[in-house]
Design a protein around this ligand. Sequence first.
Ligand code: PEP
Ligand code: MG
Length: 988
Amino acid sequence: MPFVFDFDHLHRRPPMELKDLLGGKGANLAEMTSVLRLPVPHGFTISTDACRAYMHGGWPERLTGEVQRARARLERKMGKRLGDPVDPLLVSVRSGAKFSMPGMMDTVLNLGLNDASVEGLAKQTDDERFAYDSYRRFLSMYGRIVLGLPGEPFDGLLEAAKARTGARSDAEVPVGELRGLVEAYQHLVRTGTGKHFPQDPDAQLRGAIEAVFRSWNGPRAIAYREHEGISHDLGTAVNVQAMVFGNRDDQSGTGVGFTRDPATGAKGEYGDFLVNAQGEDVVAGIRNTEPLSALKQRFPKIHRQLLEIFARLERHYRDMCDTEFTIEQGKLWMLQTRVGKRTGRAALRMAVDMTKERAIRLTKPEAVSRITAEHLEQVLHPQFAGASYEVLTRALGASPGAAVGRVYFTADEAAQAAGRGEQVILVRTETSPEDVHGMLASEGILTARGGLVSHAAVVARGWGKPAVVGAEKLRIEGNSFRVGLTVVGQGEWISIDGTAGDVVLGQVPLTAASPPGEFETLLGWADTIRKGKLGVRANADTGPDAANARRLGAEGIGLCRTEHMFIAEDRLPIVRRMILATTKAEEESALEELRVAQRADFFEILAAMDGLPVTVRLLDPPLHEFLPDTEELAIKEATTGLQPEERKLFAAAKQWKEFNPMLGTRGVRLGVIKPGLYAMQVRALMEAALERIKAGGIPVVEIMIPLTISGAEMALARSWVEEAIAETLAGAGAAASQGRGRRLRVLIGTMIETPRAALRAADIAESAEFFSFGTNDLTQMTFGFSRDDVEGRMMSAYLEKELLAHNPFEVVDVEGVGELVRLATARGRASRTTLKVGVCGEHGGDPESIAFFASAGLDYVSCSPFRVPIARLAAAQSVMTTAPAQRPSRPGLNTAPGSTAKRSAAKRGAAKRGAAKRGAAKRGAVKRGATKRGGARRGAVKASAKRAPARRMSATRAPAKPSARQRTHKAGGARKAPTRRRASSGRR
Ligand code: PEP
Ligand code: MG
């Protein structure tokens, strides 16, 4: 395979499909030249293969000959030669990677000029000034980019020339000064490199090509790829193209044009142009551009021709295109086209419009596949308007959207300030359940610690509030925080971007969140595509959250974390009484109070989700999470002293404190040691369901046991649940569970959150009617990575050193955790064919992870309410890209009455596409009565290369093996991991 391809080379496949080889720009130039036959200046593309070969072994020998021959062909086609002293050809040498990396790599213009050809250019154009201006531009670009000289001396000389001659702009510098600059620039090159500026066009060309290859690994390019998740392995193509000049005269010009408005999606051309100017002038914004419509008056024929080309491009690409064009002395040249970038609003409008346009005829599935999660996020959440702001620090974007507010450091102060009508950003080292009122009152949340599944992250996502977490460079010191030398005091304004993870000083203007009408249209199409194949539920813990989730399209609740009901201000004292109880009677009375309170909560949730399944998880977190912080109480004891009640709480907190609470007394283990707890929750839930039936509703209840590890444990837990259900129903009378022609049916299932549970899935499924993968814990336990600790501290080092392809708390680890998911699903279904399987870890809202869950044959994903639209879209897209195959038909999977969705056996093929908290276990004496209770009764009852790892190439390293995508971890640099197990708040 050759390294070099002319733009008019006849490829076997449409060149626009050859972006891997030709890069995006090269592929589209070839498409425009050889397929669309548009007026494109001739040129050739040096492939990405050549760049990769260069990176791994230096300049490939055969490339020299290929470039020389391509140059000769280009010269023949143009009837001009590079460096010709009479009528010289000038070329541009530009980068062009598979994925657009705007401005991140280098470009050399006006190549081919030397001391002789500059005179030829002056004569041919009859414009000496133009020729010398082009030459001084070339010398300065070449000096900086190819020869690596600093740019300031070049700029300094130009500024001095302007000052001497009183020129207000570069264009006013007289020709005599330009000649002097050419000499001075050549002198800079001689003194800076010890060599003369190369006069030989071959040497110039080779130098420029190598410089573009090298710029692939320039710091800007690397940072951009890491931010965008583009593989470092791809390399760039290089495009050598005959120059055309928009700055020849007033019959010349240059512009950028879009085939429709990229901001709104409105039909009709859109863009800017400048008369008598070069492309950089349009981009640099030095001169005021004119709208494309003004072209009609100045150049009516060209305007018409351009519109015809736009229409052809849209028909051909079946999408909105952006273009760069130049008019040289009355002739139009197309320099570039590509499918244009667009805002979320525009993407939605265009996708729907294009299904109605005869020239494009987009199908609905195609329209759905044109939308990305980012497009939906843009219309669902406010964003920073524009990009002109300085980032103070960048950390983990944990909950999307942007927010602006005054800084407050405690939940109480935040809530008070919000009460006074202030806009607030709550800044904490980390948050805990005690902070929720302050979080609720804030516009956004910023924490110095924690990861994508920390308390702050999970709660903020649930409410759709922007959050940036794990800002390791941020130090809170009393009533201010510091990042490096910058100190921000209480009440000062900051802005945060919870999508990118940026923290900015001051008030950044925001764009409003307002989904256009096409939002619902497209998501409706997406629902049709995924119907009966992959459901989407929400993780919601309150009636309002559930109602919001339903509004956003959730088909039920996949996870109701009941602990969130325990931390409400009116509940916490009751929970504490239960923990402090010294007699059975005291404990029972506290549990009774909790039951009444929880019943009301469940009623609201079931009402909001009437007719749809609601999965209620019984209490999961370690009990110390409901007790005050031991360190705070120890300080209080030593300073002001403790009240009698506080002394009791302190003793209990010490008793329940654990070294590793995430691995301690939590989940079903709580049920084992506090037997009345789970029974109380089940009774409250069943009573609420019966009340709903009485009110004419259709409650669909699923009770979920957290953190099980074995069949025997699940069978035991099931027996408590069944007993409590039976007791409640018996108390209410037989008729109470009949409503609207159906009998209340309750499913009992479990979360699969431990590797052991995954391995023993067959045993567990004997007593479980459904599994829900808790991939937050499953990831934590499979990797042995503390959810609370590793993301801020060591994740960036692991990603940089390529020890991980991506943050496994963000994108599910297909190879490890994914394997457990597949295995547990298969083993569980082998034991119970009707087993319903879903996921409720944060991965349930991540598009890449959703693709994996679709391929693993899961029945539904569940995610935070504001993520539901994104999950609906991603689920449809996953269903479209995974091959349907046979899966045992499993009747009775849909508990939602009236649902006719029949599971067509859907074992979906491999679609390899590719956010944690809590921590510490000294357990005091606990009653073990639970084991006696009930007894252990046996259960009666893959993508594009953009997703490949960002990996840097070096001339000495062997090519890296492509694997899954690397997401950039935006937190601080590598730090030493803690050497000692330590307690962490462990709170959500
Ligand atoms: C999980 O572990 O994935 C899960 C959903 O439970 P939690 O995050 O509440 O531990
Ligand atoms: Mg969990």
